[in-house]
Ligand binder design. Structure first.
Ligand SMILES: *Cc1c(COP(=O)(O)O)cnc(C)c1O
Length: 312
């Protein structure tokens, strides 16, 4: 379905860092979600006439699911906890584009039969029963189905590392649910002996992320290494260092998104420091760093104006 994505490189803090351009995977899908939804793209779901999803009304996953549903000719009912007035009024970004794709975004706080149920309980108790024609996709594509597309990404990385004859590769990608990182690490640990996966928790903390890994994959020896900066950043909030990092990367030639990537690159900064500060570690034996650009640029249409208002 998708061609292999290119690998570029940028100079970051005086060091060459390679970037896997999954942001170029597909116009319709954020790179990360395209990998996680590849199974659905390549397989039909007989008897299903609609997708059911849930999560944030400004998420990349809403937009990607709306694109998937449109492509497959099925409906999308996407359940959310609440929609802010300013999101309802937006004309660009994930929410607006999803509505344009035909998504039904359902605000559960406005459903009269809610009875104190969480969004996920509401779906399980009120939506899915007696509706065999609906296919439920957990938040952010956090499910077994994601393995298929993420393993293909992993194989592309192995092929590249072999072509370049790299002795050691450290792959870095920032995590939300951790689904991409854990399945990537699973495949790379089993199919290579010189590639290791590092990630960081952008949503919740390290404990939350570890829990996500454990739920998806019992064998901890296959899990990625979690990098921690020792400071808590709340998902979706604005931080000056994030904006500075975004601008630094933009000046190096590649635009990244503003929710996950700034924290991701701050962790890469730390990895580089550790790598070069290791005793007896000449730069030739230091690992090559490969950062996975997971797309999400559509979200910048709403995030950038917020940053510009706050920091100029
Ligand atoms: C969804 C998303 C993530 C998080 O992916 P997980 O598999 O949930 O960890 C990271 N970056 C971008 C751009 C995303 O859209």
């Amino acid at each position: 379905m998708f061609a292999d994505t290119p690998i570029d490189s940028i100079v970051f803090n005086d060091q060459q860092v390679f970037v896997k351009r999954d942001d170029l995977l597909s116009k319709e899908f954020s790179g990360n979600k395209a990998r996680k939804f590849a199974y659905f793209l390549e397989n039909d779901f007989p008897g299903k006439t609609g997708l059911v999803g849930h999560g944030s009304p400004v998420a990349n996953s809403l937009y990607s699911m709306s694109a998937l549903a449109k492509l497959k000719g099925v409906s999308l009912d996407f359940y959310v906890d609440h929609i802010a007035e300013q999101v309802l009024q937006s004309t660009t970004g994930n929410y607006a584009e999803s509505i344009a794709n035909g998504a039904n975004v359902i605000d559960v706080s406005k459903c009269e039969d809610r009875d104190d149920l969480s969004v996920i309980e509401y779906i399980q108790q009120k939506v899915l029963p007696d509706n065999e024609h609906l296919l439920f996709v957990p938040e952010g594509g956090r499910c077994e189905y994601a393995r298929f597309g993420v393993h293909k990404l992993a194989q592309e990385i192995i092929d590249w590392s072999q072509q370049q004859s790299l002795p050691m590769v450290h792959v870095f990608l920032p995590s939300g649910t951790g689904t991409t990182a854990v399945f990537l690490s699973e495949y790379l640990t089993l199919h290579s002996d010189n590639i290791k996966v590092f990630t960081c928790a952008c949503v919740g903390g390290d404990d939350y992320l570890q829990l996500q890994f454990d739920e998806l994959l019992a064998d901890r020896s296959l899990h990625p290494t979690i990098v921690d900066l020792g400071k808590k950043y709340h998902f979706g909030k604005l931080y000056k260092p994030f904006y500075d990092m975004y601008n630094q990367l933009l000046a190096s030639g590649i635009e990244f998104e503003l929710l996950y990537d700034p924290l991701g690159w701050m962790c890469v900064e730390k990895l580089i420091q550790q790598n070069t500060m290791m005793p007896n570690n000449s730069s030739s034996s230091a690992a090559t760093i490969l950062y996975i650009h997971q797309g999400g640029l559509l979200g910048n249409e709403t995030m950038l104006p917020r940053y510009q208002r706050k920091y100029g």
